[in-house]
Design a protein around this ligand. Structure first.
Ligand SMILES: Cc1cc2nc3c(=O)[nH]c(=O)nc-3n(C[C@H](O)[C@H](O)[C@H](O)COP(=O)(O)OP(=O)(O)OC[C@H]3O[C@@H](n4cnc5c(N)ncnc54)[C@H](O)[C@@H]3O)c2cc1C
Length: 393
């Protein structure tokens, strides 16, 4: 007899009017009510979204995430959305952000923001981050703590916090509602569920980040500054435990395309390959190419992006002179911001792009090189001036 347990591929999940996947809203959540009310009012996507109603707040859902270059990534946004969707009408969604944050947090569903601008993802400071989170949790007594389960700091911090607090925790959570969480177990051969724990480490793409409502988006004045002042002094005992060698900068051209965060990509519309490569160098971006550009011999095959090339996940992907054939689009489906430069404003890439520059690739590349070099020149001359001031002082 075959005793191997199988995952039911038709395991139920609910898609709400907000387009939510794999998350079933419990009675606890007020979000579905807001969403239903929103769609019942016939609002389109362009209409102003209602604010999630919170009256006489008694509870807190605390979301913890690191910002990078003043922004949260999709995974962090999804984690906030999970908290906001489960928060009831008496629960505030509070975001504890490590690092400076310039995102519109109300749009992400956050009611209160605690911004620890002095922390930097590039610095390794697990003890001080843990202390900050513990201080926040002590002050707010959150019902649940939500953390993106990533390998870039948040996942580690969430585990440290749960262990130190003796809290119940679920990791790699792919399914969540007001009462339970679910995660794959036994190398994906089984699916495990449990009641909603204190700390929830959410896997990527388990929740749709787009919400049909906004949060209050207010800063918890003073808290971030106080915590930063207390915790960003030179580390004490913890500093003896390890030496932080910092991040080593490497040439963007050496980064595997699949791992690159910023890619400039050339298609058949790029004729001056030398200028294109200079631009990549000036930007510090990795180089990609369409199949035609590779077939023409301008780039090696490992630079090809698309169905028969690499699938990339860059935050920024600039496509110069690329038409946007379906095979190419397949390779950039996970990119966050796509910018197209094309003579033809109706090329298929324009439908995928967040911004399309209708113009000549060569002229745009030349103008960009000029701008970047001018900006670099300004930065280095102001740095030199600061050094000279320091010497004079
Ligand atoms: C089985 C199969 C697999 C494939 N796999 C891939 C793949 O992995 N990756 C891939 O990329 N393709 C792939 N292709 C090929 C794909 O169908 C397209 O042919 C290819 O992507 C087109 O490349 P392109 O956009 O650079 O060139 P073109 O289709 O020639 O488009 C050039 C674009 O540049 C614009 N342009 C022209 N001159 C200028 C200028 N001076 N300034 C600005 N814009 C300009 C044009 O308006 C046009 O939009 C595959 C095809 C098949 C059949």
């Amino acid at each position: 007899m075959n005793t191997i347990k199988r995952i039911d591929p038709r395991r139920p999940f609910i898609i709400t009017p907000a387009g939510l996947k794999r998350i079933t809203l419990g009675e606890e959540g007020s979000a579905d009510a807001s969403a239903a009310q929103w769609s019942a009012q016939g609002h389109g996507t362009a209409a102003a979204k209602p604010r999630r109603a919170v009256q006489d707040p008694k509870h807190v859902m605390l979301v913890v995430a690191h910002a990078e270059r003043s922004a949260l990534d999709d995974h962090a946004r999804q984690t906030i959305a999970a908290a906001a969707l489960l928060a009831d009408g008496q629960t505030l969604v509070v975001l504890l952000a490590f690092g400076e944050l310039k995102d519109d947090v109300a749009e992400l569903g956050v009611d209160k923001l605690i911004e620890l601008a002095g922390f930097d993802r590039r610095a390794f400071a697990p003890e001080r981050e843990l202390q900050a989170l513990q201080a926040c949790a002590a002050a707010l007594a959150p019902k649940h703590v939500f953390v993106p389960d990533n390998a870039t700091g948040d996942g580690d911090l969430g585990r440290r916090y749960a262990a130190a607090a003796g809290a119940s925790v679920a990791t790699h959570v792919v399914e969540i509602d007001g009462k339970h969480v679910g995660a794959y177990a036994q190398a994906g051969r089984a699916f495990a569920t449990r009641v909603l724990p204190d700390v929830i480490l959410l896997a990527q793409n388990s929740v749709e980040a787009k919400l049909p409502f906004v949060g209050a988006g207010e800063c918890l004045a003073g808290v971030g500054e106080r915590l930063s002042a207390e915790l960003i002094r030179p580390a004490g005992d913890a500093a003896q435990l390890y030496r932080d060698l910092g991040l080593e900068e490497i040439n963007a051209a050496q980064v595997a395309l699949e791992e690159a965060d910023f890619i400039v990509s050339a298609g058949n519309g790029v004729s001056d390959i030398g200028a294109f490569e200079r631009l990549a160098g000036a930007f510090g971006a990795a180089i990609g190419a369409s199949r035609v550009a590779v077939d023409n011999g301008h780039f090696t095959r490992d630079k090809q992006v698309g169905a028969t090339g690499k699938t990339v996940e860059a935050s920024v992907y600039i496509a110069f002179g690329i038409s946007g054939a379906v095979q190419h689009l397949q390779g950039i489906k996970d990119c966050r911001h796509v910018i197209a430069v094309n003579l033809d404003g109706s090329a298929p890439i324009a439908k995928r792009a967040n911004l399309t520059v209708v113009g000549d690739a060569q002229a745009t590349i030349a103008a960009l090189i000029e701008q970047v070099e001018a900006a670099r020149g300004q930065t280095s001359s102001s740095r030199n001036a600061a050094k000279l001031e320091g010497v004079a002082a």
